[in-house]
Ligand binder design. Structure first.
Ligand SMILES: Cc1cc2nc3c(=O)[nH]c(=O)nc-3n(C[C@H](O)[C@H](O)[C@H](O)COP(=O)(O)O)c2cc1C
Length: 196
């Protein structure tokens, strides 16, 4: 398997971490730098980033995040298994209100960088934005887009085919292994013309 395919396979959404394993500021900066170098609609580059890797700030961020919506009985990682760092992605509205799909591309660049360094993370779009803004005194100028939770993954995540009846919900087994169904290549490649 090529390096990039291997990296993308490992680049899963991780939600339980070895909280005591820190990520250095230079590693976090490298993640943001790779987001900086990624594609941007109209090249406006309006996304900016707050980096948190200290316990006090991390504690202010965590309560504003919603984890794994399909796990109704799981309120998110327990103390000790929480992210050791966060990158809060904001949009600078003084540059533009339209960041197209820059946020997804930037998030993937950061997560791939994290995975290459032996870390992992999760995109959290389900954020109590006003609560987080108040906790961190984020100016109105910056629209909170999403939060990237980061750490040293403590969980095994396995990719598998869709479940019966095309069920795409992720699920956790009795050993706490997180299973992520993915549609097959055959299902998603729509032929046109006569591909060989
Ligand atoms: C735009 C976007 C928003 C997401 N928001 C959340 C979220 O708020 N909370 C969460 O636990 N996971 C969130 N995720 C992670 C998805 O649940 C995850 O990508 C999906 O289950 C597939 O798993 P995989 O990332 O390992 O392929 C989000 C992912 C994306 C792309």
């Amino acid at each position: 398997m090529s390096m990039i395919s291997d990296l993308i396979r490992k680049c899963r959404s991780y939600r339980r971490f070895f909280q005591e394993v820190e990520i250095s500021h230079s590693d976090l900066l490298e993640m943001v730098n790779n987001a900086r170098l990624s594609a941007s609609g109209r090249n406006s580059q309006s996304l900016k980033y707050y980096i948190s890797s200290d316990d006090e700030t991390n504690r202010k961020i965590f309560p504003s995040l919603a984890w794994a919506g399909y796990y109704k009985d799981w309120p998110g990682p327990i103390e000790g298994e929480r992210p050791s760092a966060y990158i809060i992605m904001v949009n600078d509205t003084e540059i533009t209100n339209n960041y197209f799909c820059d946020h997804g591309i930037a998030a993937q660049s950061m997560l791939l960088t994290a995975v290459e360094k032996g870390f992992g993370g999760c995109i959290i779009a389900s954020v109590s934005r006003e609560k987080l803004r108040q906790e961190l005194s984020i100016p109105q100028r910056f629209e909170i887009v999403q939060v990237i939770a980061l750490g040293k993954p403590k969980e095994i995540v396995e990719i598998e085919p869709l479940g019966p009846n095309g069920d795409f919900k992720y699920w956790r087994d009795e050993n706490q292994v997180h299973h992520v169904p993915k549609r097959s290549l055959e299902e998603i490649v729509l032929s046109i013309g006569n591909p060989t």
